[in-house]
Design a protein around this ligand. Structure first.
Ligand SMILES: Cc1cc2nc3c(=O)[nH]c(=O)nc-3n(C[C@H](O)[C@H](O)[C@H](O)COP(=O)(O)OP(=O)(O)OC[C@H]3O[C@@H](n4cnc5c(N)ncnc54)[C@H](O)[C@@H]3O)c2cc1C
Ligand code: FES
Ligand code: FES
Length: 484
């Protein structure tokens, strides 16, 4: 059974198509058409809705935007689903709606419900946002006719009001209904979900679900998998969702490493990642958009094995280990051995990724991560480069680097290590040699994002940039906004 709230209405779903999207549910089952479909791919934000979920001690609600076009029904269990029809109170507009009217923030109106929901989530999470916070909150929403300035102005103005709304006033009743669902789940055993949208709650039940349903696929945030349904128009009978596996959402440290649970959303792991690896800010803060980061997981990013995924190059450069499990035995696979072919991994059919372990840096290591894409946020990399260089008394001892967008898999580059070890890092010869190696190390393809020649040139230039940024007498400032 999937149990959740639609605004203040308790809903129970006993059976549902595994690949039904939340947007299809809202428009076709609930006949509410305010939420729009633009791209059906997570790119435009017309379908944005809000999921409110209780914090750990059920004292408050976290309001998160998601792209309903690529969100599956497993994501709503034990949450409150809020869409645009719920905001106004009779004829009185919600303050975010009124602000958009007052600031002339809507013309054709197609994007407006999505913007309204992103503004609404920010209204409930930040009472004094600055302009960057607003850009971040609206990073998943595209408007093709009004222009962004009035929408940004409206958002800044309304968030400053700090006024209660109907949702704030209903917080305690919402929390108690959601708490009752969670309590019932705990008493109810190993699974929630439905017959073909199975949501195991622990390791043993996940192993059993995989064994009993050999044709089923695993799903976490569904930000990659759903495109198979919405873009390729394929369907699937059974999905096993990892969203309710608390043990896959840990975020812990050992004396030498950070361990990140595979099913933890990128948004939630960002503070820990940036605390220990602040140099990854460019990758993390520019990973997709806020609604995607609210759903997408590190485990999904790694398991998807896309050659243009952003985190695999970082994990390769950091010598991370992929911790996998099958319910009986756990094993650790070095990330350098995990990607075995185009979108193929070393995972066996009964295994899942439980966590990713990233060793801490020592003081001699210099790390930097670069993402080159057309949009600042909500765009896949044309090229991604992460350099992790160990330098002792000016001499390079070790070169660990990871690259995306230049090969069939996320890739390291032994040739760069072999060429640079023993070289004086500050020498002009070092930068030139690195550029020559990287111009010739890969045979990337031409595609809509970039030509092969562009990719090779950018890779070499990124090494040049890393070298410049790490000379002690050079200061280069780039735009990175830290939204941890
Ligand atoms: C608009 C948009 C923008 C995007 N931008 C970026 C970007 O900037 N950078 C980037 O890297 N990616 C981007 N992506 C891709 C995607 O968001 C990420 O790859 C994300 O991390 C996938 O995680 P998920 O939990 O949603 O995976 P899902 O879609 O749930 O799963 C993806 C695959 O991994 C498998 N899987 C999931 N979890 C596990 C597990 N624990 N063990 C074993 N298998 C598992 C699933 O079976 C599936 O095959 C974007 C996607 C969209 C739609
Ligand atoms: S319809 Fe475009 S993001 Fe969902
Ligand atoms: S108002 Fe027309 S797309 Fe935004």
């Amino acid at each position: 059974m999937i149990r959740f709230l639609i605004n203040q209405e308790s809903v129970e779903i006993e059976d549902v198509r595994a690949d039904l999207t939340l947007l299809q549910f809202i428009r076709e089952y609930r006949h509410k058409t305010g939420t729009k479909e633009g791209c059906a791919a997570g790119d435009c934000g017309a379908c944005t809705v809000v999921l409110a979920e209780p914090n750990a001690d059920f004292s408050s609600l976290n309001y998160r935007t998601v792209n309903s076009c690529i969100t599956l029904m497993s994501a709503v269990h034990a949450k409150q689903l809020i869409f645009v029809e719920h905001l106004s109170n009779g004829t009185a507009l919600h303050p975010v709606q009124q602000a958009l009217v007052d600031h002339h923030g809507s013309q054709c109106g197609f994007c407006t419900p999505g913007f309204i929901m992103s503004m609404f989530a920010l209204y409930h999470t930040n009472s004094s946002p600055n302009r960057d916070d607003v850009l971040h909150a609206l990073s998943g929403n595209l408007c093709r006719c009004t222009g962004y300035r009035p929408i940004i102005d409206a958002t800044l103005a309304v968030c400053e009001q700090q006024a209660d709304d109907g949702f704030t006033r209903n917080t305690s009743s919402t929390l108690s209904i959601l708490k009752a669902i969670v309590t019932r789940d705990s008493a109810g055993g190993d699974y929630v979900g439905t017959r073909n949208l199975i949501m195991p709650r622990n390791r043993e039940s996940l192993a059993k679900a995989i064994k009993d349903n050999p044709a089923a696929m695993l799903v976490s945030g569904s930000t990659d998998l759903s495109l198979t349904f919405t873009q390729q128009l394929k369907s699937i009978d059974t999905l096993i969702s990892l969203s309710h596996m608390d043990e896959l959402k840990v975020c812990t440290t050992t004396s030498h490493s950070l361990i990140i649970g595979a099913a933890n959303p990128i948004k939630d792991i960002t503070p820990a990642l940036l605390k220990h690896f602040p140099q990854l800010a460019e990758l993390i803060t520019r990973f997709a958009s806020l609604p995607i980061r609210n759903q997408a997981t590190l485990g999904g990013n790694v398991a998807n094995a896309s050659p243009i995924g952003d985190m695999p190059p970082a994990l390769i450069a950091l010598n991370a280990a992929i911790l996998v499990d099958n319910g009986i035995q756990k094993r650790s696979i070095p990330v350098s051995e995990f990607f075995v072919g185009y979108r193929e991994t070393a995972l066996k059919s009964d295994e899942w990724i439980a966590a990713i372990e990233i060793p801490f840096l020592n003081t001699n290591q210099r790390l930097a991560a670069y993402k080159i894409s057309k949009r600042f946020e909500d765009d896949i990399s044309a090229v991604c480069a992460v350099f992790n260089i160990t330098i002792n008394h000016g001499i390079i001892e070790q070169v660990d680097a990871g690259f995306g967008g230049v090969a069939a898999t996320p890739a390291g580059c032994n040739a760069l290590h072999d060429a640079l070890v023993g070289k004086n890092f500050s020498s002009k010869a070092c930068v030139d040699l690195g550029k020559t190696v990287l111009m010739n190390a890969f045979t990337p393809i031409d595609d809509v994002r970039a030509t092969a020649e562009y990719r090779k040139t950018v890779l070499a230039n990124l090494w040049h940039r890393f070298w410049l940024e790490n000379q002690s007498d050079t200061t280069i400032t780039t735009r990175v906004v830290n939204h941890a």
